[in-house]
Ligand binder design. Structure first.
Ligand SMILES: *[C@@H]1O[C@H](CO)[C@@H](O)[C@H](O)[C@H]1NC(C)=O
Ligand SMILES: *[C@@H]1O[C@H](CO)[C@@H](O)[C@H](O)[C@H]1NC(C)=O
Ligand SMILES: *[C@@H]1O[C@H](CO)[C@@H](O)[C@H](O)[C@H]1NC(C)=O
Length: 403
């Protein structure tokens, strides 16, 4: 209905543009409010709109098809309608995702089944449901992806053999392999039906399964090989629907399930710094204040104090340089100091008045908060504001969790 209205509005607008161009008053142009654009541009905008409408229409048709399918699944149409729950979950903002342009030829893009599935909420599918009236999923026209519910709560298929005459059928179907992880994408899983104490008396047709963010799964169901086979909803997995987003659902025996905290991912840090001292140094300088900062990615270096403080734990590489000379026979010693320990020296000992450059490097594993600086112990180092001869730099090579 909305679609029809929208199309007619567009057509009226289109007509107004055309009539304005053929010498009518400016009133209609103000309605369109794009009067400083040339006609061809307005037309192409219109064309785009029409294209997106056509697309939307195709999606609606698709959706209607899925809805019709839902009604076929449950013969009790009235009770389905009365349930008041949506039968197809597909939030509009997820309809046109990036990378969804992969058309199948019918104008319907391939959507992520995590956001495009039919809800299958039939209490008789529960693993604890026993009944004399038996259902057969071979009589259902399965189409596309389904998410299992039990009385409005998200639920999963069993991964363990279910006793016969459960799940509202003779031979309950169960997954012989575990559910996938999110990174696995769409996987194929074998289905078995238990009958006469044989857990795989029926090897039914395999189905596709996908894990979704939010602790649920979607299943691409197909007609089973025989009657009476039916897909099951494992009531033990109801707890999984209550796991929060930073939890996952786990089970050792595939009977009892529980929510467990997800391991925190290390946030990837990038840390690099490089600074120089813009003047000359003589004799003892406890901590060189490298005031000219060229790079300080990750803000680990403080130019007021000359101290680098490790923002995260990991493997770091440092380097420091000097240019010494004219110290009248005295050696020039610079030390790299980590947490108060002198760990690496840059030493030059030239007897003549010549000058010499020196570069030292050091690599080590540091804890978060470790403090690193350079001390000038003896001698004389030369630099000016442009020479960058007395320098101190470092990089985080690899982040590492330390106990
Ligand atoms: C259909 O649903 C209604 C309302 O819940 C119920 O009274 C009726 O018995 C159901 N019919 C069948 C065939 O299950
Ligand atoms: C099956 O399990 C559900 C969830 O635990 C429970 O609400 C329901 O009463 C059970 N049904 C039977 C027949 O035991
Ligand atoms: C060399 O070192 C000695 C002792 O530390 C000091 O007295 C002297 O002034 C230094 N010479 C120069 C040229 O810096």
């Amino acid at each position: 209905m909305m679609l029809v209205v929208y199309v007619s509005v567009l057509l009226v607008l289109f007509a107004s543009i055309v009539s304005t161009q053929s010498g009518q008053g400016p009133y209609e142009m103000e309605v369109w409010n794009k009067d400083d654009q040339p006609l061809w541009e307005q037309l192409s905008t219109l064309q785009e709109e029409m294209e997106s409408l056509r697309r939307e229409q195709a999606i609606l048709k698709h959706k209607q098809k899925a809805l019709d399918q839902m009604l076929i699944i449950d013969e009790n149409v009235t009770s389905l309608k009365q349930s008041g729950r949506p039968q197809l979950f597909s939030p509009p903002h997820l309809w046109l995702n990036e990378g969804d342009e992969d058309d199948e030829g019918d104008g319907i893009p391939n959507y992520d089944p995590c956001f495009r599935y039919s809800i299958l909420d039939q209490a008789w599918r529960a693993t604890n449901y026993t009944t004399k009236s038996v259902k057969c999923d071979r009589q259902v026209r399965w189409q596309g992806w389904y998410r299992l519910y039990y009385r409005g709560k998200s639920i999963q298929m069993p991964e363990k053999c279910i006793p016969e005459n459960h799940c509202g059928t003779h031979s309950p179907l169960w997954l012989t392999q575990p559910h996938p992880n999110i990174r696995d994408g769409v996987v194929t899983r074998k289905m078995c039906g238990n009958w006469k104490k044989k857990c795989c008396a029926f090897q039914s047709n395999p189905i596709q399964v996908k894990a979704c963010r939010g602790n649920y799964y979607v299943y691409r169901l197909v007609r089973p090989t025989a009657c009476h086979l039916a897909y099951c909803a494992d009531v033990n997995t109801l707890v999984c629907g209550r796991c929060s987003s930073n939890q996952y659902c786990t089970s050792r025996d595939r009977i009892t399930y529980r929510c467990a905290a997800r391991k925190k991912k290390i946030k990837k840090q990038v840390i690099h710094f490089f600074a120089s001292y813009p003047g000359s140094l003589k004799g003892k300088v406890n901590r060189i204040r490298f005031s000219k900062v060229l790079v300080n990615v990750g803000a680990g270096f403080n130019k007021q104090t000359g101290v680098f403080r490790a923002p995260v734990s990991g493997v770091y590489q440092f380097y420091f340089s000097s240019q010494s000379g004219g110290s009248g026979g005295n050696a020039t010693n610079l030390w790299l100091v980590i947490n108060g320990y002198w760990v690496s020296v840059s030493r030059s000992d030239v007897k003549t008045s010549a000058s010499i450059g020196s570069l030292s490097t050091y690599m080590t594993t540091l804890r978060k908060g470790a403090q690193v600086y350079v001390t000038h112990v003896t001698g004389q180092s030369w630099a000016d504001s442009a020479s960058n001869t007395i320098t101190f730099g470092g990089s985080l090579l690899m982040q590492r969790r330390l106990k």
